[in-house]
Design a protein. Structure first.
Length: 150
């Protein structure tokens, strides 16, 4: 079993019980050596205290289970406000919010779309911009993100 899958299986029940979503898990070599990074979030946003609690739990489990041999750095962090929307859950949370979307190939003659997410289907999302609705096949989306306004 791959390390990331093994770690995921060990922490899933803890995260679920605490209302925390595992957005991504990465294990790779970086400048300082091997890094195990868990990106976590909640419906209301993740706090530093949440990240610390997850870090403590994962650290304890990994020490007990001896999943990773050798030295590594464990990081637990927020995926950030500008993270890509990928899963059904990501799009559900983004309902009625403004999105920036880059396409693999043009939809309605454009590779870039901006608009408010007004609908989600299995294969498509629907955005509205200036009173015009556009159906975008999810398979054609290279990257979808919440539009950040400052």
């Amino acid at each position: 079993m791959e390390i990331t899958e093994h770690v995921k299986s060990l922490v899933e029940s803890y995260l679920e019980k605490n209302g925390i979503e595992l957005v991504d898990i990465i294990y790779r070599r970086e400048q300082g050596g091997m890094v195990l990074r868990l990106l976590v979030d909640t419906a209301g946003g993740i706090t530093i205290s949440d990240c610390e609690a997850v870090n403590n739990y994962v650290s304890e489990v990994l020490d007990k289970e001896d999943v990773i041999s050798g030295h590594f750095l464990l990081e637990v962090a927020s995926p950030g406000l500008d993270r890509a929307l990928v899963s059904d859950k990501d799009f559900d949370r983004a309902m009625d919010k403004e999105l920036d979307i880059s396409m693999y190939e043009p939809v309605d003659g454009k590779r870039e779309h901006q608009g408010r997410l007004i609908g989600i289907e299995k294969e498509n999302i629907v955005i509205e911009s200036n009173g015009i609705s556009t159906v975008i096949p999810r398979s054609k989306i290279a990257k979808a993100r919440l539009k950040l306004e400052f």
